[in-house]
Design a protein around this ligand. Structure first.
Ligand code: SF4
Ligand code: SF4
Length: 149
């Protein structure tokens, strides 16, 4: 008995149907937060503190500086659908799928600067500010902040 042979049907991906084919929904697995452009050593010191937190990175692109927090949304279902689709926030409704992660992961070309870790940002700070490693000695000695080693 011969078996029926099925051939895959090619469906054109359009902006309207694209998300329906996407099971990873990578756009729901992180958030970004726009930052004031860091300029001073103090600004970069704060940014170092921020990227010290788990799953937190920083980047600069044509729109400015951003924090990138790699944490999936609590409403994202296992199959990639949104668990609160009808009530999802406006920012989710306005998110464009043009050139999104469905087309491929973000790469170095997408950023002017990318700091995936504390170490990468520290290296940048040391290059940017000649006296970077002396900045803490300038801090007020009266500080009552945390002194744990
Ligand atoms: S915007 Fe892109 S990554 Fe997000 S669900 Fe749609 S196709 Fe997937
Ligand atoms: S609310 Fe829904 S659409 Fe918005 S990030 Fe979460 S899972 Fe994605």
């Amino acid at each position: 008995m011969s078996k029926a042979i099925t051939t895959p049907i090619k469906v054109a991906i359009t902006p309207e149907n694209k998300c329906g084919f996407c099971t990873n929904s990578t756009c729901c697995t992180y958030l970004t937060q726009h930052l004031d452009t860091p300029r001073s050593m103090e600004d970069f010191d704060t940014l170092l503190w921020q990227v010290s937190h788990q799953n937190t990175q920083a980047y600069k692109d044509e729109d400015g500086w951003f924090l990138l927090v790699n944490n999936r949304c609590g409403h994202l279902l296992q199959d990639g659908r949104c668990g609160i689709y009808e009530d999802r926030p406006q920012i989710c409704r306005e998110h464009s799928n043009d050139g999104c992660e469905f087309d491929g992961p973000a790469s170095a070309e997408d950023f002017d600067l990318f700091f995936p870790s504390y170490a990468s940002l520290l290296k940048y700070c040391r290059k940017k500010f000649k006296n970077w490693d002396r900045r803490l000695k300038k801090a007020a000695p009266k500080s009552t902040g945390c002194k744990r080693d």
